[in-house]
Design a protein around this ligand. Sequence first.
Ligand code: GAR
Length: 192
Amino acid sequence: MAKLIGPKKVKTAVFISGTGSNLKNLIKFSKIKSSPVSIDLIFSNNSKAKGLNFSGQFNIKKYVSNLKNSKLAETKILDLLKKENIKFICLAGFMKILSKSFIKNFNGKIINIHPSLLPKYKGLNTHTKAIQNKDKITGCTVHFVTAKLDSGKIILQKKIKIFKKDTPATLAKKVLKREHKLYPAAIKKVFN
Ligand code: GAR
């Protein structure tokens, strides 16, 4: 991926569905000199996503589509990404599955953060599953996105201890905090 780096930062879109704490963290990271990316577009499939507020706060373009008519909607997003010269996509709490053809258009250039130590606990409710299975360790993973859910090549992972007193909510909070360190580190690794 290093060949993407010139004197300018790589134009990047962040896809969200909810709170957007990872989005906010990536925007802040993108502003430091050593960041290989700039965040130039926020996309959400959910018009009520709190994270969309960061568009106004940081003066970044946003685009919303519920992806109901998925084929047409994805074509529109692809057109917009092309128009904005977006070369890289970070999924950050994006709860929709992108089609094979969308992913093909950005082959090797979409990454995702997931709140588990993949390949363990793909999909939803990762913290509940970890606690129910009495795991002693969980974590978070940044990986490349492929057509198979949560299965692309792993870029970085961080382990986090689970204590007896942990609930899915306390675990989610702890993991999210670590995600905010892991995602920028993974982006740096991708471009180095
Ligand atoms: C994060 O924990 C992220 O790993 C998870 O959603 C949360 C979003 O938080 N993503 C997934 O579960 C994707 N399968 P945020 O909106 O505050 O960044």
